[in-house]
Write a protein that binds this ligand. Structure first.
Ligand code: PLP
Length: 385
């Protein structure tokens, strides 16, 4: 290209999955049969009542116009009802909730709305890459807190030095956790909210997988009494209702933080197509036995199948009891890239752990987003170790 990319874009790290992607493309073009366990994208369909709501509301011309930036009041009220029903958290739909075009968009724009050049953001390692990349795009500096196997991928807040707490503008927290599947008790949120209040930073919590807990119902940061003073939290219909392609979620929490997000979003985008908001209302206000539980049972079954199958083959699999991911130690002496390249040659696509941060080296991630039949075939392709 004859023009230079912006300095902000140039600061982004190279795409770590590029090598695997390249190899995957080559093998597919050669006609190799690959089982793709690399993508956190449900293979199960969106529940029918949600689709029906979209098609019906799409016929109404009133829904064809620009939506409001922060979402329909009916949508925000449905989010508030959902938060009350699910977490017993009380929120004002007018000021403490707004629609987002999926949590990726919401998280990235929120970061841009609060991080200045020179600010520090404290980010889990390993983690969903958007927190660090959005920080870099905003001119900030990511600093990391390690999540380790030994500590079941929970943070050790007390290990982080005082000067870090004093320096950070925002701390990202994500449970149930991508990529490890770890969950936490409420005390992890309580501790970080307490620190945020005494040091004056923001807690940005990502609850994308909050409906994917198999043995217990995951908590959220806003359940901590007084969390609203310092917290913004992101929720999404993507994984809970098999709606990744629909691009709808919501942000909830501190009204000044919501207002900052609103300001940047009203500058850069024009909200969520109204029929999609109506469909999301149907999902959130619907009966969980119809909207959530059937897919959860499918994932639970697949999880047990793969955890047991991989352990029988000699793999050390972390089972955090949530999400549709498994986090697995590489065979001894192999890097994440070597492990995933070898698996690819055997017909299985997995994600190398180092793509999620330095602490991810030594692991690979499996997504349980293919049929049981394919998972059983995949188990025959994993080498015994
Ligand atoms: N947060 C985490 C931890 C994720 O893993 C993902 C997607 O994989 C997202 C947020 C973004 O989800 P969406 O933008 O579909 O809501």
């Amino acid at each position: 290209m004859i023009f230079q990319k912006s300095l902000r874009l140039q600061k982004l790290p190279p795409y770590i999955f590029a090598q695997i992607d390249e190899k995957k493309r080559k093998l597919i073009s050669e006609g190799k049969d690959l089982i793709d366990l690399g993508i956190g994208d449900p293979d199960l369909p969106t529940p029918t009542p949600i689709i029906n709501e979209l098609t019906e509301t799409a016929r109404n011309p009133e829904n064809h116009r620009y939506p409001s930036y922060g979402g329909l009041i009916e949508f925000k009220k449905a989010c508030a009802t959902w938060m009350e029903r699910r977490f017993s958290v009380d929120l004002d739909p007018q000021t403490e909730i707004m629609s987002i075009i999926g949590s990726k968009e919401g998280l990235a724009h929120f970061t841009e709305s609060v991080v200045n050049p020179g600010d520090f953001a404290l980010i889990p390692d390993p983690a969903y890459p958007v927190y660090a990349n959005a920080t870099l795009l905003a001119g900030g500096t990511p600093v990391y807190y390690p999540l380790t196997w030994e500590n079941k991928f929970k943070p050790r807040w007390s290990d982080i030095p005082d000067e870090v707490w004093r320096a950070v503008k925002v701390v990202f927290v994500n449970y149930p956790h991508n990529p490890t599947s770890a969950t936490v008790n409420l005390d992890v949120y309580t501790e970080i909210v307490d620190r945020a209040k005494s040091y004056g930073f923001i807690v940005c919590s990502d609850g994308a997988y909050c409906e994917q807990g198999y043995d217990f119902l995951p908590h959220c940061a806003l359940q901590v009494p007084g969390a609203k003073d310092v917290t913004i939290e992101f929720f999404s219909t993507s994984k809970s209702y098999n709606m990744t392609g629909w691009r709808v979620g919501f942000a909830a929490g501190n009204k000044d933080l919501i207002a900052a997000l609103y300001q940047i979003k009203s500058t850069l985008d024009s909200g969520v197509f109204q029929p999609i908001q109506w469909a999301a209302i149907k999902a959130m206000l619907g009966d969980e036995r119809e909207m959530v539980f059937p897919s959860k049972e499918v994932y639970r079954y697949r999880r047990t199948l793969m955890v047991e199958g991989l352990r029988r083959l000699g793999y050390e699999v972390f089972d955090g009891g949530a999400t549709f991911y498994l986090w697995i130690k590489n065979p001894k002496g192999k890097s994440s890239a070597d492990t995933c390249t070898e698996l690819l040659e055997r017909g299985i696509v997995c994600t190398p752990g180092n793509g999620f941060g330095k602490q991810g080296e030594g692991f690979f991630r499996v997504a349980l987003t293919v049929s049981e039949e394919k998972l059983k075939t995949a188990l025959t392709r994993f080498p015994k170790i």
